[in-house]
Design a protein around this ligand. Structure first.
Ligand SMILES: Cc1cc2nc3c(=O)[nH]c(=O)nc-3n(C[C@H](O)[C@H](O)[C@H](O)COP(=O)(O)OP(=O)(O)OC[C@H]3O[C@@H](n4cnc5c(N)ncnc54)[C@H](O)[C@@H]3O)c2cc1C
Ligand SMILES: NC(=O)c1ccc[n+]([C@@H]2O[C@H](COP(=O)([O-])OP(=O)(O)OC[C@H]3O[C@@H](n4cnc5c(N)ncnc54)[C@H](O)[C@@H]3O)[C@@H](O)[C@H]2O)c1
Length: 587
């Protein structure tokens, strides 16, 4: 039991879990890449002493990619300026300094952005508490393992402090990792004032100007609040307020059953609230694979104190005032007719996020946003109003709206730095996993079944689907956590993995075997022979891959698997090295 999480318990025997460890990933060149997941401590141990040898090569390659001028020269103040120090900007900055690029990051608020201060980090601290509370409250679960819990309770302020302290810790780790590597952290709001020129300073009065060979916009997003909803921050609020856990309402309506809604329903119900979901679409969790959403409803919604209204919009929400409760007017999502008015203690608005791109000065460079999102191509290069690439300007993370996840933002940033370092790179977004950290967790990568069927119909191939259950897994049963399935959608003719969806214990960790397989182009005919330790939850995926029925070898598509990314990277590194040494000899 972590002492910082304020759950008070008295149990006859409880085994404590260990904390997560972050680790720097190794790259072919021998340097570690510090990205989002390496945010905690590993970045400070990055071996920068190895950098100089590659630095010259990287600079030469970057120069080649940007019309011949050597990076750091040519009159620019910086090789790279990043606007926004969230996880996307941080991932890009660390990779840039590793590549030898002189880098600055401009932040208008606090380092860490949404994920660290108002998103992933504090929410996962609250979910860690809710997971333990849920387990300790589950008398049947405890008894079946021979445990007795005589009483449970929590101290709301201490739980809130746990989340806040974690955010502060990660924020300072992020800041220190950039400082120690020589990233210039510039304070103020950044505005693009012309090609390769950024001004920054106080809002409306940006008084300092810098130039950069390349600029990355990484300005993120803020909560989207539909018209008619009045936020008072006390009884009607967004995740920004909810994460402070200033209260635990007896009855809370959660508007929107996406990631935020679902995770907060897990927190609130574990802490004793009753929840009512209001969802505009016809089913809860509409973003998930429908079969997984259905099972999630059986596991995460129905047994808990949760009811729901689907197919309705919350058209008007009035905060509690003068002894009156929060009023929520529901209208039919299709006919727009008034359906009913809910009276609740509080309402959490979890209806998506809006890009934070106002005031960026995009009009100065002929860029028009689309619903606020910065238009980009598959290389994150910003497109102008005429559909042309704006040279030396990129946009990553929530601000481009491609995939609003922390690790996606960071991966896009690393991909951009690869390009400006002279190595072409396109990130395969279908290989990026996502997870919802409920108890149990849900995770996914690639296509949902309906998406895969649509693609198959269009492109004229067959798909197959197999499933395995956590109920048949020894480790899950030892933990008494047999609720859950894993689902694989694949092409029987080629063995290509199209999508994997998991609901069950530690699903968020399990998904990486599938996402790495997709990223590296590994086919089922190969991965099904990989060996998994016994007894582990990973065997759920082992079973899944083995269950896939492929066409006989001679009938299978002959298209070779995509070469692994590390191999591609190593090849492009060698090419860059050779071409820079040839150029050196010609000078
Ligand atoms: C409650 C919640 C939970 C979440 N949980 C998860 C999770 O578990 N896993 C996950 O992958 N994702 C999660 N997300 C999503 C994740 O937080 C975002 O996808 C991620 O933060 C996006 O990163 P970013 O770098 O694009 O933007 P942000 O993190 O939003 O950072 C943008 C930064 O830019 C700064 N900025 C904006 N404009 C300017 C300007 N003009 N000049 C200077 N600075 C500027 C902002 O102040 C901010 O610091 C969660 C989100 C929320 C709200
Ligand atoms: N674990 C994670 O990775 C994690 C956790 C939290 C947030 N996030 C990210 O943050 C982003 C925002 O999350 P979110 O849950 O707010 O958005 P979301 O897009 O996941 O879900 C929003 C839901 O609100 C519904 N909705 C919209 N307007 C409505 C209205 N007026 N009345 C009723 N329902 C309405 C939508 O149909 C949808 O189901 C997501 O894109 C997600 O990627 C990720």
């Amino acid at each position: 039991m972590q002492s910082t999480a304020a759950v008070s318990v008295s149990a006859s025997a409880i085994t404590s879990g260990s904390g997560a460890r972050s680790e720097a990933a190794r790259r072919p060149g021998g340097l570690r890449v510090c990205g989002l997941r390496r945010e905690a401590l590993a970045c400070s141990s990055l071996r920068i002493s190895q950098a100089p040898a590659r630095l010259a090569v990287a600079r030469a390659a970057a120069a080649a990619a940007t019309n011949g001028a050597v990076a750091g020269s040519g009159g620019f103040d910086y090789d790279l300026v990043i606007i926004g120090a969230g996880v996307g900007g941080h991932g890009a900055a660390l990779h840039a300094v590793e590549e030898g690029l002189k880098t600055a990051i401009i932040e208008g608020d606090v380092v860490g952005g949404t994920c660290v201060n108002r998103g992933c980090v504090p929410s996962k601290a609250l979910l860690a508490v809710s997971g333990r509370m849920r387990e300790l409250h589950d008398e049947h679960h405890m008894k079946s393992m021979g445990l007795q819990v005589s009483s449970t309770g929590y101290d709301r302020q201490a739980v809130a402090d746990h989340a806040n302290n974690l955010a502060s810790k990660i924020r300072s780790n992020l800041t220190n990792s950039m400082k120690s590597l020589g990233v210039d952290i510039l304070t103020g709001v950044g505005t693009i004032v012309g090609k390769q020129r950024v001004r920054y300073g106080k809002v409306g009065f940006p008084d300092k100007e810098i130039t950069a060979r390349n600029i990355i916009i990484a300005t993120g997003s803020t909560p989207f609040v539909p018209k008619g909803i009045e936020i008072d921050g006390k009884t009607v609020f967004t995740s920004d307020h909810a994460l402070k856990l200033e209260s635990v309402p007896d009855w809370i309506a959660i508007v929107g059953s996406g990631y935020i809604g679902l995770e907060f329903s897990d927190v609130y119900t574990a802490l004793g609230s009753e929840v009512t979901f209001v969802e505009a679409l016809d089913q809860l969790m509409p973003g998930f694979d429908p079969e997984i959403a259905k099972l999630a409803q059986r596991v995460l919604i129905n047994p808990r104190k949760i009811d729901y209204h689907t197919g309705v919009f919350a058209s008007k929400i009035t905060p509690a005032k003068d002894g009156k409760p929060v009023l929520i007017e529901l209208i039919d999502a299709k006919t727009k007719e008034h359906k009913e008015t809910l009276e609740v203690d509080a309402a959490l608005i979890a209806t998506g996020r809006a890009p934070f791109t106002k005031g960026l000065g995009l009009e100065n460079i002929n860029v028009v946003t689309q619903r606020g999102f910065v238009p980009v191509d598959e290389r994150m290069r910003v497109m102008d109003a005429d559909g042309n690439v704006v040279p030396n300007l990129f946009c990553i993370g929530d601000a481009n709206g491609k995939l609003m996840l922390a690790h996606a933002a960071s991966a896009q940033g690393i991909s951009v730095v690869e390009q400006i370092s002279g190595r072409d790179h396109i990130l395969n977004h279908l290989s990026i996993p996502a997870a919802c950290f409920t108890h149990p967790e849900i995770s996914m990568v690639g296509l949902t079944e309906p998406q895969a069927r649509e693609k198959a119909d269009k492109e004229g191939f067959e798909i197959s689907v197999v499933k395995t259950s956590f109920k048949a897994n020894t480790k899950a049963l030892a933990e008494n956590e047999g609720d859950g399935i894993a689902k694989l959608i694949y092409r029987p003719d080629t063995g290509e993995i199209l999508g994997v969806h998991i609901l069950g214990l530690h699903a968020a960790d399990l998904i990486h075997e599938a996402s790495n397989a997709i990223a590296l182009g590994t086919r089922l005919q190969d991965i099904k022979f990989a060996v998994h330790a016994h007894p582990t939850l990973s065997e759920v995926l082992d079973e899944l891959f083995k269950a896939a029925k492929l066409q006989p070898r001679e009938e299978r598509g002959s298209k070779p698997s995509q070469p692994p990314q590390p191999l591609l990277k190593a090849l492009s590194f060698i090419t860059a090295l050779l071409s820079s040494s040839i150029r050196d000899r010609q000078r």
